[in-house]
Design a protein around this ligand. Structure first.
Ligand SMILES: O=C(O)C1=C[C@@H](OP(=O)(O)O)[C@@H](O)[C@H](O)C1
Ligand SMILES: C=C(OP(=O)(O)O)C(=O)O
Length: 428
């Protein structure tokens, strides 16, 4: 990483495929009858956990260089796994497979790594119990999760939190339930499951925050081309904005409005950024060019935008530290239930450099003007990919080595991160 210091960054990049879309395409391909090609999938720790689980329940998956081919005889031919499943560090795998396994009517048990085994699963269990599922949790909240086969009936569910993982688990179960499953959201969370279920032939309508899905319909295989992940793109974009002389274009990245809240905040901050939308159906895609912006304005975000940028808040905190005005994030208590408590992690690590925060239960305010000199410092990554990549961007922007205890978790979502930055490096 030290080779990235004292450089500037210029050029064009394609970030790896979208993690949320890759997980869902593996799951829907396993449930559908026929052959699905997933083009440009994200090959990362988290998506391999989903792949292994789809194999363990009977999907036939071939990995080629630039695509995965999934052949399945449909959900009726899937079977209970012969051993306990492992979801690693992946919240999306863990939450979504509860809905999928209960929906198909399989018997299974799973747990994950130390972080997953501390993340709440009762948020998914609750609506599924209402559907008639039999799901048991450790201490009524955590993995190991045990799922037993039971017939399901549709429910009408008001989402108590904005969570695409909970919504998707209900919809995956609803595919096989008797009746019409309805999910009501007050703030829109990412809608990849809805878009992809429609593509695979589900009878699903989504309008004004109400999603209705008819149960007991057979899915048909359908090819998926995975766009670049805007959550991964956020790191080189932030680098471009903060690093004098930098200008980076990210091509072919998801611009789905339920994911692109970060771009709205960068506009509020007055970042030098140009967005070009590309034609196509389904998921919105485009190219983003971001360039060094010497003066950044503040922001104050809360409410409906939060789920649309939830994974970008660690890197937004770094951008906020370089702003000339206060920056406030509220209504983001969900950050405390991610790979680590991301509010604590951001505040604890960035405070080491004199960056001043007012921490709240549901977010923080960053006080302007607090960065002056950045000394070489030991920092912690908490085995959280988003925290680690934020710290790496900070190190590069400040031209200061930051000694991160362990960077291996980058592979959870963006295995080629350092190489991609290296490819953009121009010696200063
Ligand atoms: O459904 C998904 O693919 C995801 C939903 C979000 O989690 P929540 O549903 O817990 O908000 C997000 O933080 C996570 O990275 C991926
Ligand atoms: C929170 C994340 O993922 P997951 O919930 O799938 O572990 C993330 O990718 O930032």
């Amino acid at each position: 990483m030290r080779q990235l210091l004292n450089s500037t960054f210029e050029g064009t990049l394609r970030v790896p495929g979208d993690k949320s879309i890759t997980h869902r395409s593996l799951m829907l391909a396993a449930l559908a009858e026929g052959r699905t090609e997933i083009k440009q999938p994200l090959k990362s720790e988290d998506t391999y956990r989903t792949m292994e689980i789809m194999r363990a329940i009977g999907a036939d998956i071939t990995e080629l260089d630039d695509k995965w081919i999934i052949e399945s005889k449909g959900h009726e031919h899937l079977h209970s796994p012969s051993a306990a499943l492992y979801t690693g560090n992946s919240g999306t795998t863990s939450r979504l497979i509860i809905g999928l396994l209960a929906g198909v009517g399989l018997r299974a048990e799973f747990s994950g790594d130390d972080s997953i085994n501390k993340r709440p699963m009762d948020r998914v269990q609750k609506p599924l119990l209402e559907m008639g599922a039999d799901i048991r949790l450790k201490d009524e909240k955590y993995p190991p999760v045990h799922i037993f086969p039971k017939p399901l009936k549709a429910i009408d569910y008001n989402m108590p939190i904005a969570s695409a993982q909970v919504k998707s688990a209900i919809l995956l179960a609803g595919l096989f339930a008797e009746g019409t499953t309805v999910v009501r959201e007050s703030s829109p969370s990412r809608d990849h499951s809805e878009i992809m279920m429609q593509q695979f032939g589900a009878d699903l309508v989504s309008k004004d925050g109400v999603i209705s899905l008819e149960g007991k319909k057979t899915l048909k295989a359908s090819d998926v081309t995975v766009p670049g992940d805007i959550s991964s793109a956020a790191f080189p974009i932030a680098l471009a904005i903060l690093k004098p002389g930098a200008s980076i274009t990210i091509e072919n990245v998801s611009l789905n409005p339920t994911r692109s809240g970060i771009l709205e905040v960068l506009e509020m901050m007055g970042a030098d950024m140009h967005i070009e939308t590309l034609p196509g159906g389904g998921e919105a895609i485009g190219n983003i060019t971001a360039s060094y912006t010497p003066e950044l304005r503040g922001f104050n975000i809360s409410g409906e935008i939060i789920p649309r940028l939830i994974d970008e808040i660690p890197i937004l905190a770094l951008l906020a530290a370089y702003s000339s005005e206060p920056c406030t994030v509220s209504d983001a208590e969900e950050l405390r239930f991610k790979e680590t408590d991301r509010i604590r992690a951001v505040v604890d690590e960035l405070s080491k450099f004199g960056i001043r925060f007012e921490e709240k239960e549901d977010g923080f305010t960053v006080i302007p003007g607090s960065i002056d000199s950045v000394p070489e410092t030991d920092v912690k990554g908490y085995h959280d990919h988003r925290i680690i990549m934020m710290l790496i961007v900070f190190s590069i922007v400040s031209d200061t080595p930051l000694n991160i205890d362990d960077s291996s978790a980058i592979d959870i979502s963006y295995p080629g991160f350092i190489n991609d930055l290296e490819s953009l490096r121009k010696d200063a």
